[in-house]
Structures are given as C-alpha cells and as structure tokens.
Design a protein around this ligand. Sequence first.
Ligand SMILES: *[C@@H]1O[C@H](CO)[C@@H](O)[C@H](O)[C@H]1NC(C)=O
Ligand SMILES: *[C@@H]1O[C@H](CO)[C@@H](O)[C@H](O)[C@H]1NC(C)=O
Ligand SMILES: *[C@@H]1O[C@H](CO)[C@@H](O)[C@H](O)[C@H]1NC(C)=O
Length: 620
Amino acid sequence: MSDNQKAVTKFEMSSSHAIMPRIVIVLGMVATVVTILYFTPMPDHTFKSCDRPCHALDWPMICRIQLNVEMYQTMSGVCKDCPNNSSHCNNKYCASADGKTRGIITANRQIPGPDIQVCHNDIMVIDVINKIPGHNLAVHWRGQPQNEAPFMDGVPMITQCPILGYTKFQYRFRASSPGTHFYHAFSDSDRADGFFGALIVRQPDKLEPHRKLYDEDLKDHVILLSEWAGELTSDFSVQDDKPKSILINGKALSDIMSAVSIFKVNKGSRYRFRLAYTGGNFGCAMELSIEKHLMKIIAVDGKPVKPYEVSSITLNKGERVDFVLKADQEVRGYELRVTSKCRGYNVKGLALLNYESSLLINQKKDIIRNVEPRNFDTLTCSSEIGKVCVSDVMAFDKMPEELQEVNRRIYLNFDYVHVDKKEDTYVGWKDKKYRVNNISFTFPSSPILTQPEDVPLSTICNDLKIPKKCENEETCECVHVEHIPIGAKVELILFNAAADDQEFIFHLHGYHFHVVGSRHFEDSVTMDDIKNMDDKNELFKRNFNSPILKDTIRLPKNNALGVRFKADNPGFWILRDEKSGGYTRGMDVIFQVGSYKDMVSMPSGFPSCGSFVGPDFFLI
Ligand SMILES: *[C@@H]1O[C@H](CO)[C@@H](O)[C@H](O)[C@H]1NC(C)=O
Ligand SMILES: *[C@@H]1O[C@H](CO)[C@@H](O)[C@H](O)[C@H]1NC(C)=O
Ligand SMILES: *[C@@H]1O[C@H](CO)[C@@H](O)[C@H](O)[C@H]1NC(C)=O
C-alpha cells in the first residue's frame, strides 16, 4: 500500500466515524419536531374568537365564524321578564330592541350580529348559513377592499350568486384594511331588519398613528347605530316602515323599555370609541353627543385623520367615526344621545356612559367645560361657525402626488323620472324610476365577475353603448358598467339632480377615495353646465392638501362632488346607492377595473346561477 492509499483509507475511516453522531443528531431533531407537532393542538374548526392584543411579529390567525341567518322575533320567549326585570333583557338570544314584538332577520339570534374583532391580516373564514326559506341574500364586508378575492365582496349577481335558502356560503378573505368597519346583508331592508354586526380590524400599537392619544381600545366600546321601524321592512305589504327609534347596539328606549346599552369607563382614562351607522329604512343623518364630554375624532370610515375635538358628531348611513373620549368628569352616569330628523320624523336613541370608579387619587377640581358647541358633520359643507365638515378635516396620510393628475374622468348624474301612473305603478313605491346618466340600473341574470359568458352582452350598457331597445327612450333599464383601465387615475364627478330635496348616499366597493372638491348650487344646473364649468376649470377648486379618505359619501340635492382614487384593484365594484330598498332602485353603477385576465380567478366549485330556457324541441 502506498502512502497515498493509506491516507485515503484513513480519511474514509474518520469520515464514517463522524457520520454516526450526525445521523443521531438529525434523527434526534426529527423526533423532537415530530413530538412538538404531535402535541401542538391543530386549529379547531368551530367558532373561534380572534380578539387579542395585536403584535407585529405574531402570525395571522384563521378566524372561523358561523353566521346562522334566520327569521326571528324581538322579545321572544327567552326574554322572560324583560323589560319588567331589565336583567332579563340581556338573556342569551333575547333581541330586546325597543321592547315591542316584531319580526327580524338575525345572524345567530342577536341584534347586532356577533362582533368580529380581529387583527390586521387575519384570515376570515366565515360560514353564512341561510336558514330563511324563499329568501336569498349575500353579505358585504364593508371597508375591506378584497384585493385577493374580489368574488368575496358580497354583491349578489355581480360578485357571486345570492345564497339560497337552506344553503351555506363560506366567505374567505384577509382582513387587509385596519379600522372600524361592519358587515351587513347586501339588501338594505335585511340590514334594516337586523342583519349587521361590527367588523373591527386592529393593528399593532406601533402602526396605529394615534395610539398615544388614548389609553384603552376596549372590545365593548363599539357603538352601532341603526334606525328602527315598527315592522319587518323586507315585507312588501309593510304599512309601518317609518323609523320609531334608534337602536344603540340593538337597544332602544321606549315607553315600555328602559334597558339601554351601557358603556363603562374609569375616571382619568382616555378611551377609543368606534362608532358606525349600520343602517335603516330611511337612512337619515344621525347626530351623537355625550353629556358634558368632548370627543376627539381620530378616524373616519376606518382611515386616520388629523385629530379634531368636537362636541357632537353627525354621520350618515354606512359611515364610521372613531373618537377618543377623556373620562374627566364627576363619577356618575352620563347620557349618550342620538337624534335624527328627516322626512318629517324625529327619532331619538339613548345609551349611558357610566363611570365605574376614579383612577385619580388626588383629584383636583373637576374640569368645568365652557366651550362653544362644535359639530362634526360628514357632509361636504362649506365651513361655518360651530361646524366642522369633511372638507375641513385632513387625512392623516397625504394623497399620493400622482393623483393630482387624472386620466379617466367619469361624470355621473343622479336623478329620477316619474313613471307613467297608468302602467308602471302597480305598487306604491314604484312610481319613481331612479337613474344614473339616464340609465336605470338592473342586475345581470348571472354574476358578471364569475360567469361573464352567461351575461348577454346586449344587457350591458353605458353612455357610449345604449342598447337598441332604449333608443328614443328617456330611461333605459340595463346593467350599467363603466370601464376603467387597470392603474388608471380616476376622478368621479357626482351630481345630485333630483327634482325634490332628496339626498343620496353612495358607497364605493373595493376602494377608498379622496374627496377633492365639492360645490353646492343654489339654482338648478344641468350636467352639461357642470361639464362646461369643469372644462373651464370653474367647477370647484380641487384640494390636494391631504383630502380626507372615505368609502361612503353623502350627496345633497344640487351638490357636485369630486372624488379620486387609483384603480389598482381589478374586479367589478359597485358604486352603491345606500338608500335603495332591496337590491336596487336603479341608481347603482358597476365599475369594471381591468379586463378579466387582470382579475383573480375564483376557486373551483364556486356556485353558479342563471336563467334557464329549454332546448327548442323539448316537449313540442
Ligand atoms: C310587566 O309588568 C306589567 C305591569 O305589572 C305587566 O302588565 C306586564 O305584562 C309585564 N310584562 C311582562 C313581560 O311580564
Ligand atoms: C330579576 O331577575 C333576576 C334573575 O332571574 C333575579 O335574580 C332578580 O331578583 C329579578 N329582579 C326582580 C326585581 O324581580
Ligand atoms: C336624459 O333624459 C333627459 C330627459 O329625461 C333628456 O333631456 C336628456 O337629453 C337625456 N340625456 C342623455 C344623455 O340622453
């Protein structure tokens, strides 16, 4: 054996010696991992609350929630001695409302439906089980852009088939937009009848721009307001759809009901409250104030704003406002009042702010407030003394500079015409046909996002493509789709040209927009006048200095409004007429952003639906 060979053998021997311990170490590690995995509980598949303090380094959680949608009743048997014994009004499954019995539509037999409180980027897995025979529905997750899953936006016949009675639809989406939001049945009347709930998306303290302004952000400090009528409003035969009172978290004061919602605070702390106006049949603006307390507004529609201190807040159906309340008054109870006046009705809501105790030991004299009342109104009014409007409030983040120029401008004229009394007024509420640019919106016969091949092209329309049947008609009923190229910088000019004093509210799905301009006209003007003024740059002076970001906006009579957004979320997004009853009254518009190849495709097995016409020679 040569020296060389010896060296090689030695080397082989020594390496084979070293392999054994390595194998042992690797096996040991594998065994450890297997043991750990074995003893780690798998996520359970039942209802699970994702409510927890949010930390930047934590993994997102999968939140499994089940919403059983049923016809139900206020003051059902489980309410026992409510309202005589007010503790019974808090019994499980007791929807007490104003203490009067009426039909309701609920998720899990409660009003509001279960709270969904999660951390930013958690994955929602929500089973909606429709237990109402003969009634179909869909659920919209307001404030969530659904970038990854546009087919989870909950718009029937646009992003999905409505959920039929006896069937289940599982919504899956990422809670990608932090803030105060809520979920609700897409249909306005179902929403007014009780199917809504909070969707609160918290983020880690480090990322929360106004975290230093408050000490507590409690689960119970969510305030959901809704108009309350005496009867089921979904019912076509409804006689009594007028608002009777205002529910605050499902409870209202009335002649027989004294059990109202209570919010607890400790003296000396600062609390973040999350306020949302979830719905109602009339959708009139509501004003909230809290006896002897000021409110510092920190976010609107889930997006942070530069803080602003006010004594009352006026908000519209669909809007959210976060405010900070400093508990600096004498230890006792205070009234939280909500009022709403419109269309001849004047309704009130009441809840209590109760001081539990004092945290301050050497309490100096109580602060005596002597400030001018100041109201925050989510209207785009021009500033006046004692009022702060959305046009006065600045977004916390700047508007992206690129949005100072736009390359797609869409003018939308909202009005209505009276339909021929003889022909079309077979029911009272059908005597007006609402329209956008003379088009009265109707839904396609299959969801346009998920079954484009089943939507007849002839039913789709816009200003440039009016179907043949509508030539020489003053109103055209069709599926109004406006196209927006992906990445376009868009400006919408909305104008309320309604003949009476009606105010409209619009909610844009898929996006938040910057409110860059508004103008009220004293005399009636037409859309042509508005376009002419805009061409000459005289419509309004646009504000690019951190204009507020919203997803819901109120449009009073004779008002023009300019809003901007970057079309970076491909899909079919509805600009929803918040005040329509049912699915639509004709004043909605769909924005198709991008082409089908830009859109995320739906998972396999996604439900489909549509019209049926048998083959030509069937049974003939
Ligand atoms: C509550 O008390 C009143 C008067 O005592 C009575 O008429 C009513 O039936 C009671 N209500 C219930 C739900 O027990
Ligand atoms: C109300 O109901 C609770 C629970 O059933 C009971 O403990 C309490 O005594 C009742 N109060 C009155 C005033 O009847
Ligand atoms: C819309 O309808 C009105 C009549 O209601 C008509 O005067 C107007 O020219 C129409 N506009 C368009 C763009 O067709």
